[in-house]
Design a protein around this ligand. Structure first.
Ligand code: BGC
Length: 716
């Protein structure tokens, strides 16, 4: 029996009483996070050796669906921890609930294409609502790694290349998961990962080294994480990558100096899977004992899946290598997290909730609305789309009949049987008056193409070509898909390519040759209906690219917020920064995406700090337009990008309607981490652009004085 009941922990101050009762072994237990809940020994739970559990059955969770966790299972273990152990300390159950639990939202890269913090918040609230019913109280999301390299498979898991967009969506994800009180039975602790710099892996090869200056670190990679901390995120996961020769898992400057001292984060830092063990592979510790002492000293609280803390921390303290205060510091944070999650008060999950909360019709509808807003129309020649009154349609391509593939990478709990395929959804949407020709065989498809009004070709990538540990050197479409498209094009029938993918692919041939391209970053459970309703025109696509699409892999890394350089880019001049065998511009710019109605931008104005523009829907379809504001700091003590996103919003426009969309800027929006590594707005001239994508031209300049006021402005 416990020495006192869990319910006695009523106040944060009581946590110290609990800590005071703990043996060294029990303390190490709180910092230990084994995987595979079903393989745990009851005796270990009873001995207080299991502080938290990662509910994954192997290290490849990102690439596989996993057995569902049941509240009955978590409750059983919880009962041992809270009622049979010497000290009543609840277990925290964690899982990779990345972009949905049973109701699967679009992958984060797709979520970012919606430019909608509201939808991200709503989707994460649904994820928390479902996952908590299965006993999970800690989700390893959001993934906030800025990524500029489409070769890196994990680009799918993040919010794209822009730190401002990623920051706004990071805050939204925190609100959605944690709500105002993580203890609520439909909210959970969020975990920002991977802290930090993982997206900079050289060559786009997962787990590789990356070289980042402190300047780029602060101005790019750290920003979404800082936003999440300000939004109150409860936990962080350290990255696999090393930073300047030190693995992030044991990097004091990152975990303690920046995260805790500078930003005031008081939550828990967990390692990535076997991150502590990997310190040895990095060549920064001789064995797990040394790795454990280095990681703990650097500020890493929980050891996921290495078992180095549980095995070695007690002996390290007894040998005087590390102080017990260091262990206590980490344990206190873990207890505080559990307290904030309400686990001391209510460690158990209501076992009747599970099935009542999964894949509810209203949540399917929300996922459908979200999926629709993540679709990006890249090309639509001769108004090929929407398909109005077709008589005969061909539906071809490898992903037309796909199910679980629509979930994208990192989906453990989505049910393939709940996904309506794109092909079935199209047939439902267009009805039985239309004749459909289908074949999995490319040669049949090509011969059928002669007999139909248009072919819809669903190409792209299986999640197995992206995500963790799935990196490529060729970002073109997978084998055979281009040949199929080329053959179909030869038949003279309009070709509509629906590209379902997890990364920016090289779509150069498609852009030059097919009639329409609809891009869908793996859109989740409701992919089929979202795509079908878009092809029919019931939905007017409104997503915009959160990441640059290169013309070819040789342009990588390529991103919109680049520097001017000493020899600015000029496609025709000699001696300037450019390629000789390719245009320098990307195929599709960051922020790009069209719809079925042309949207006209006019009358851009700068009035004090207010930037505005008139947007007119010149077509016959109701539209949602994402208006974007960019700025440029003309002269600063450090070179600044040629443009930086600073505001965005979604506006609805009825056919023929004009709206004035305006934004209030503030001096502090124009800052950056300057020479002292602090956020500064240096007085001087700035430029501003407002438009439909990152190609919007700068239309005004304004001077900001030392007091942060605008002293002068001019139209450009
Ligand atoms: C991934 C993390 C994930 C963890 C736990 C690691 O391999 O990098 O993103 O949260 O596994 O499954």
């Amino acid at each position: 029996m416990p020495v006192f009941p869990a319910s006695k922990i009523k106040d944060i101050a009581d946590l110290d009483m609990l800590l005071g009762e703990m043996t060294l072994e029990e303390k190490a237990g709180q910092l230990n996070q084994p995987p595979n809940m079903l393989a745990l020994e009851d005796a270990d739970v009873k001995a207080g050796k299991i502080g938290s559990v990662i509910c994954a059955f192997n290290a490849y969770a990102g690439n596989e669906s996993h057995e569902r966790v049941r509240a009955g299972q978590t409750n059983r273990l919880q009962r041992i921890a809270c009622e049979e152990a010497r000290l009543p300390i609840p277990i925290l159950f964690a899982r990779d609930v990345i972009h949905g639990h049973r109701t699967v939202a679009p992958i984060p890269l797709g979520q970012a294409a919606s430019f909608s913090p509201e939808l991200v918040e709503e989707a994460q609230a649904i994820a928390a609502f479902e996952a908590t019913a299965d006993g999970i109280k800690w989700a390893y999301t959001p993934m906030l790694d800025i990524a500029r390299d489409p070769r890196w498979g994990r680009i799918a898991e993040g919010f794209g290349e822009d730190p401002y967009l990623a920051s706004r969506l990071a805050e939204a994800a925190v609100r959605g998961l944690q709500g105002t009180n993580m203890a609520d039975n439909d909210r959970m602790a969020a975990c920002m990962k991977h802290f930090v710099g993982y997206g900079a892996a050289e060559g786009g090869r997962d787990y590789n080294t990356g070289e980042i200056s402190e300047y780029t670190y602060r101005n790019l990679y750290l920003r979404p994480f800082h936003a999440a901390v300000k939004a109150g995120i409860a936990t962080a996961m350290s990255a696999f990558i090393e930073v300047a020769g030190i693995p992030a898992t044991c990097h004091k400057w990152i975990l303690d100096d920046i995260l805790r001292e500078e930003w005031g984060f008081d939550g828990v830092v967990v390692s990535d899977w076997d991150g502590v063990g990997e310190i040895v592979h990095h060549g920064c510790a001789a064995d797990h004992t040394e790795a454990a002492s280095k990681a703990l000293a650097a500020g890493l609280d929980i050891d996921m899946a290495t078992f180095a803390y549980i095995k070695h921390l007690p002996e390290l303290v007894r040998a005087g290598v590390i102080s017990e205060e260091l262990v206590d510091r980490a344990v206190r944070r873990v207890l505080l997290l559990k307290y904030r999650c309400g686990l001391f008060e209510n460690p158990y999950t209501d076992e009747t909730l599970g099935d009542k909360r999964m894949f509810l019709p209203e949540n399917q509808n929300k996922a459908l609305e979200f999926a629709k807003r993540t679709l990006v129309l890249l090309k639509n020649e001769n108004e090929t789309l929407p398909l109005t009154k077709p008589k005969k349609l061909g539906i071809f391509g490898t992903l037309g009949k796909a199910t679980w593939e629509m979930f994208g990478t990192w989906c453990l709990d989505g049910q393939a049987s709940e996904v309506v395929t794109i092909s079935d959804a199209i047939k439902k949407e267009f009805g039985s008056d239309v004749e459909y020709m289908e074949s999995p065989n490319p040669d049949d498809a090509i011969s059928f193409a002669r007999f139909v009004d248009a072919v819809i070709v669903v190409v792209g990538e299986s999640p197995h070509r992206g995500g963790e540990n799935n990196c490529v050197t060729d970002i073109g479409l997978p084998a055979g898909q281009l040949q199929l498209l080329k053959g179909l094009k030869r038949m003279g029938t309009p070709v509509i390519a629906v590209v379902v993918t997890g990364r920016p692919n090289d779509l150069s041939w498609l852009e030059a040759n097919v009639d329409a391209i609809l891009l869908a970053f793996h859109p989740g459970s409701m992919a089929g209906q979202a795509i079908a309703e878009t092809l029919s025109g019931k939905n007017n696509p409104s997503g915009k690219l959160p990441v640059t699409f290169p013309r070819c892999v040789g342009q990588v890394p390529i991103y919109y917020n680049r520097k001017n350089t000493g020899r600015p880019l000029d496609p025709y001049a000699k001696g300037m920064t450019r390629y000789i065998d390719s245009l320098d511009s990307p195929l599709y710019e960051f922020g790009y995406g069209i719809g079925y109605s042309p949207i006209n931008y006019s009358n851009a104005k700068l009035d004090g700090w207010k930037v505005s523009v008139d947007v007119k829907n010149e077509g016959k379809y109701a539209a949602e337009e994402i208006v974007q504001v960019y700025f440029r700091d003309e002269v600063a003590s450090r070179s600044r990008p040629i443009k930086e996103l600073v505001k965005f919003s979604r506006t609805t426009l009825k056919p023929g309607e004009t709206k004035t969309v305006s934004f209030e800027l503030k001096a502090e929006d124009l800052g950056y981490y300057g020479p002292q590594n602090t956020w500064v707005v240096e007085p001087g001239w700035f430029q501003v652009a407002i438009g439909a994508n990152s190609l919007a031209p700068m239309f005004a300049r304004f001077q900001v004085d030392a007091s942060g006021a605008i002293s002068e402005s001019q139209v450009m």
